[in-house]
Write a protein that binds this ligand. Structure first.
Ligand code: SF4
Length: 485
């Protein structure tokens, strides 16, 4: 709750009242992989991760501290002044002195990490259970490349200066705890906090539905890029709904267009787009990639958190009156040949001519540009560059030529399909286990997990193929829709 409060007091209120802090599945899987990384780095020790109750974990921590043969403790528990913390790694320095190490899944140290470890240190010191010798933050080593054998140096440790201004002192922490008690614990009413950047960073807040409930049917915040800023300005005048602000207050034509569509409750399509699309060559291809960010790399010669492509889907539409051909796909989870297999099969699937539609081209283009830098793929550079030059980004194409109130300010494919004739559905009964890119990464994590049974693995594979194909079918339906009157 205390860490939540740094981000948003209202979030801390919900954490305390709802008492259910739901982390997205992907964050949990990343957390588990980071725990594995810390165990590879710090070695054998007493692991208290599985002990969930406050009382039991405090007792188990005390037992481990009192055992002179224990040098490393994972998830040690400390309590002071009703604040309870778990420390990622405790490392013995002497009989009574221990290092506190917090393991973070990014490559850089943030202010939030420093606040986090400050609290851990103050609670541990004031609990009188240990003396703290040093505080360290361990983050992903950006230079680490998996050689197929060793994970040595996958993390790098940074010492955090005890007593320096970045770390909190007991007095300041006590004051903060008092504020939490009076404003959160003893007060039933949620603090008045406006939605803003804190709702999305460092990860989407799971209480957004509770906060947006009080705004409007068409919140001003849906406007791309400027929405949150404008929403705050208009909230000062008690205006929350986009349709209630004057059209002239929006200074860009595309924002005014969104306003028009919501006020009139009808879609807009630029008639010019039909002509632009009619002039494009045939056949037309539609592609989509899925990538995995491995926290603990399992694929040879890859780095932690690099986006490694492991799946593609391609649909080919031969000519205007032809039925859409059955889609092609590639899916490989592991293996030193994953990169070259991905690229070789893709180059075959997209042929040598015709436009290639892709939504938000930066991701796919970036993946291909990185692939051809790999030693095993350099011989495919010319062919790959030709494929890149055929790509047409449907994101700006849609943004400049189409909008529907059903999209609620978003040009993601998931929202576009709500506004066009299509059979594609990302949610509901036929949504499967994989409904978005995060789910696709979770499916990868589960599939490579040795404890996942064969039936479940097959289900993940089928759902991944189905999901990726949905994106390319949705692209086909988008282009068909934009090509009509
Ligand atoms: S959605 Fe935003 S304002 Fe609401 S609790 Fe979360 S961070 Fe706070």
């Amino acid at each position: 709750m205390a860490i939540s409060a740094f981000r948003c007091m209202k979030r801390a209120h919900f954490d305390y009242r709802i008492k259910k802090i739901e982390l997205p599945e992907f964050a949990l899987l990343m957390g588990n992989a980071m725990r594995e990384n810390s165990m590879l780095m710090y070695g054998e020790g007493v692991d208290l991760t599985h002990i969930m109750s406050r009382k039991d974990s405090l007792k188990a921590t005390m037992d481990a501290l009192n055992n002179s043969e224990t040098n490393i403790i994972y998830e040690a528990a400390f309590e002071w002044n009703d604040v309870f913390v778990r420390v990622d790694v405790l490392r013995r320095v002497s009989d009574y002195e221990w290092d506190i190490i917090e393991v973070k899944s990014g490559k850089k140290i943030s202010e939030r990490h420093l606040l986090d470890i400050s609290i851990q240190k103050e609670i541990a010191v004031n609990s009188d259970m240990i003396e703290v010798h040093g505080c360290y933050l361990a983050v992903i080593n950006p230079e680490f490349i998996f050689d197929g054998n060793s994970y040595e140096n996958i993390l790098e440790e940074h010492k955090v200066g005890i007593g320096k201004k970045l770390l909190w002192g007991s007095a300041r922490l006590e004051e903060f705890i008092e504020i939490l008690k009076s404003d959160i614990i003893e007060n039933d009413i949620a603090p008045a906090v406006e939605t803003g950047p804190q709702c999305r960073s460092p990860s989407p807040c799971s209480y957004i539905h509770l906060c947006h409930k009080y705004t409007a049917e068409v919140p001003i915040s849906i406007l791309p890029r400027v929405g949150n800023k404008l929403a705050k300005e208009w909230a000062n005048r008690n205006v929350f709904d986009l349709r209630e602000i004057p059209r002239e207050s929006l200074n860009k034509p595309h924002l005014q267009r969104i306003w028009d569509c919501h006020v009139e409750n009808k879609s807009w399509k630029d008639p010019q787009i039909k002509i632009v699309l009619q002039n494009l060559a045939w056949p037309r291809y539609f592609i989509d990639f899925e990538t995995i960010q491995q926290t603990k790399p399992l694929i040879l010669n890859t780095k932690p958190l690099d986006a490694v492509p492991f799946q593609w889907s391609v649909h080919c539409w031969e000519e205007e009156h032809a039925e859409l051909e059955e889609g092609q796909s590639f899916l490989q989870y592991l293996g030193s040949d994953i990169h070259v297999n991905f690229l070789t099969s893709l180059l075959q699937a997209v042929g040598t001519s015709g436009p290639i539609f892709v939504h938000n081209v930066g991701t796919e283009r970036g993946v291909l540009q990185k692939l051809i830098k790999r030693e095993e793929c350099t011989h495919l550079t010319d062919k790959t560059n030709k494929v890149i030059s055929r790509m047409i980004d449907t994101l700006p194409l849609t943004r400049n030529h189409f909008y529907s109130p059903a999209m609620m300010g978003s040009y993601s494919l998931k929202n576009i399909v709500k506004a066009i004739p299509t059979t594609v559905q990302y949610s509901g009964d036929n949504g499967g286990l994989v409904k978005d890119g995060m789910d696709a990464q979770c499916a990868w994590f589960h599939h490579v997990d040795a404890t996942t049974n064969a039936a479940k693995k097959e289900r993940y594979t089928n759902d991944l193929i189905e999901y990726c194909a949905k994106d390319t079918i949705a692209l086909v339906d988008l282009i068909k829709h934009l090509s009509k009157d």
